[in-house]
Write a protein that binds this ligand. Structure first.
Ligand code: C5P
Length: 225
């Protein structure tokens, strides 16, 4: 038997990394919903539109969003993954994510994509809006310091020149925007299990969520027997 897993949490807490590894281990499908919001920012930049332009909403509605086998986002069939992971796109995405018309379109698409069991979605509103009835809800967090250090290391491997303080300040600003926005703010739902990854390795984090998932699956199997 399969379940659905919702992983929410603040920026750079490693949700997608954990979700991807977990999906591989459970043989589930992972959907990184943040990349769909990032694709909207990409559209805005490409067409020189502002976050609240009605044309942007039209464009999002007309666009086709999908994922390839590597989990890369496909916008109208084109892999744009490499283009949506920059500091510039980070902040613009968090502003665009405040637009309720865009949120509603993306939530519909996400619900259609994950219309059965065996899905792991990560984002900000998965447990509270997109998959309210997910069997396992995880709220993944980490201190701003550890998130900024990880992000810095990521940029350094990509050869991007940026300093720790800039990253720290940007993460703090995105946290504030995501937690205080009017529509679907980032919240920890009452039924979510908290995973603080500040002092955990990726493997330890995946192990913990895997154990939670297997306990739930066993419980449900036993009740059905
Ligand atoms: O997860 P990631 O950092 O890639 O998400 C980029 C931005 O997209 C977030 O800062 C947030 O503003 C927005 N987002 C959202 N709801 C989601 C996923 C992402 O508002 N489900």
């Amino acid at each position: 038997m399969k379940i659905n897993i919702a992983i929410d949490g603040p920026s750079a807490s490693g949700k997608s990394t954990i979700a991807k590894a977990l999906a591989k281990r459970l043989n589930y499908t992972h959907i990184d919903t943040g990349s769909m919001y990032r694709a909207c920012a990409y559209l805005a930049l490409k067409h020189e539109l502002k976050p609240d332009d009605i044309e942007l909403v039209d464009l999002v509605n007309k666009s086709d969003f999908g994922f390839n086998e590597s989990g890369h986002i496909l916008l109208n069939g084109k892999d744009i993954d490499a283009k949506i992971r920059s500091k510039h796109v980070d902040l613009l995405t968090s502003t665009i994510a405040q637009n309720q018309a865009i949120r509603s379109t993306l939530v519909d698409m996400q619900q259609q994509l994950a219309n059965s069991k065996g899905f792991i979605l990560d984002g900000r509103d998965i447990g509270s809006v997109v998959l309210k009835d997910a069997e396992l809800k995880v709220f993944q967090t980490a201190s701003i310091e550890s998130r900024a250090k990880r992000r810095l290391a990521e940029y350094q491997t990509k050869g991007i020149d940026v300093n720790y303080q800039t990253i720290y300040d940007e993460i703090k600003l995105r946290d504030l925007q995501d937690r205080s926005r009017e529509h679907s703010p980032l919240i920890q739902t009452k039924d979510a299990k908290v995973l603080d990854t500040s002092d955990l390795t990726i493997e330890q984090s995946v192990d913990r969520v895997y154990t939670w998932a297997m306990e739930l699956i066993k419980e449900r199997r036993d009740t059905n027997d």
